[in-house]
Design a protein around this ligand. Structure first.
Ligand code: FE
Length: 350
């Protein structure tokens, strides 16, 4: 039997009444309030699968790292946030220091997430857990630049790269963390000289995101640029003719392989200090360490999974290969950021 829309009205009204009467039962629906700085489309499937597996509905608030942290601070104890996801190690560290997280003791997370990718363990558990990593790479115009001109971050300031260099804003968290690590390697004086040299070498003022820098190298606007690895890998896997053309023209290097290694950043998550749905929050973090979720980070967003032994089927990550990573502690990178920002202001790195 088919019903006209008018005939449907009565049953729907009855159903609505039944639902409102059943208020207390409906209130037991499990929800998780997620504040997320992850800005990657492929994460949608990840969240949907968690809901399918657990019945826990996710309410998501999207902002960048700074926006998430500002909102948590302004909401204080009234914050509805249960889980926080951030895409920068120094911001995770900052939030930990500012007391925005609560410690989590989880055998699953401690078994799966390596200790160096976790926040401080207060004795009651870790403040946060890293779920994926990304390298800060240098890309270059193969036709104009030999690889040896760009195989160290220091060389971004070399005279040979005059007029070649493009980056996004110096005070973006990805760059602040790289520069915070460089401050540890070089000390304050050499870091300031280096960053002044980078500014002097710029082909244009900083603008756009990392993908824009890669494209600007291919278009000839720049010849050298800095990017997170997953933006490059995404382009390497793209079938779009315009992206294929870009990838044809550029070379990519993991800087500083002969000395301190390439800077690697961490995306991770934590349970919010005032979480009301704490069990669901821990369950969600544990889910992010599962083989399925780790596969989404690797194959969906082209990041390296935090869990050792995760099978990589991503052809771009395979093509990029393995490399030596830097070992500056995340807390040091975090603590260096105020000094880095002051240097950036002095050398005019916008
Ligand atoms: Fe990003």
């Amino acid at each position: 039997m088919t019903r006209s829309p008018r005939n449907l009205a009565a049953p729907i009204a009855a159903l609505a009444l039944a639902l409102s009467v059943a208020g207390p039962a409906a209130a037991q629906e499990k929800v998780l309030n997620l504040y997320s700085a992850r800005h990657y489309q492929t994460d949608e499937a990840l969240y949907q699968n968690f809901t399918k597996a657990t019945g826990i509905r996710i309410n998501r608030v999207d902002a960048d790292d700074a926006g998430v942290l500002a909102r948590l601070k302004s909401e204080g104890a009234a914050s509805p946030a249960d889980v926080i996801l951030l895409v920068d190690a120094a911001r995770l560290w900052r939030a930990e220091v500012d007391g925005l997280f609560q410690p989590v003791r989880s055998r699953i997370l401690e078994e799966r997430i390596p200790a160096q990718l976790r926040g401080k363990d207060s004795g009651q558990g870790s403040a946060w857990f890293g779920f994926s990593t990304r390298a800060r790479m240098i890309v270059y115009d193969k036709a104009r630049v030999p690889k040896t001109d760009v195989d160290q971050y220091e060389k971004l300031a070399a005279p040979v790269n005059k007029g070649r260099v493009c980056t996004r804003s110096g005070s973006h968290p990805y760059n602040l963390s790289l520069f915070g690590a460089m401050l540890e390697h070089l000390g304050p004086e050499k870091t300031e000289t280096w960053l002044k040299g980078v500014v002097d070498n710029m082909a244009r003022a900083p603008k756009g995101g990392d993908t824009d820098q890669i494209k600007a190298v291919a278009s000839g606007e720049c010849a050298v640029a800095v990017t997170n690895s997953y933006y490059l890998a995404r382009m390497m896997r793209s079938q779009a003719p315009a992206d294929r053309e870009v990838v044809e023209k550029i070379g990519a290097v993991f800087p500083n392989q002969a000395d301190h290694g390439t800077h690697v950043n961490v995306a991770g998550g934590a349970v919010a200090r005032h979480a009301r749905n704490r069990d669901a929050a821990v369950q969600f973090l544990e889910y992010l360490s599962s083989t399925e979720a780790q596969g989404y980070f690797a194959d969906g967003n082209n990041e390296w999974p935090a869990v050792i032994g995760t099978q990589l089927v991503n052809p771009a990550l395979k093509a990029l290969g393995s490399f030596k990573t830097e070992t500056v502690p995340i807390s040091v990178i975090g603590m260096n950021q105020v000094k880095v920002q002051q240097i950036l202001d002095r050398v005019g790195y916008k």
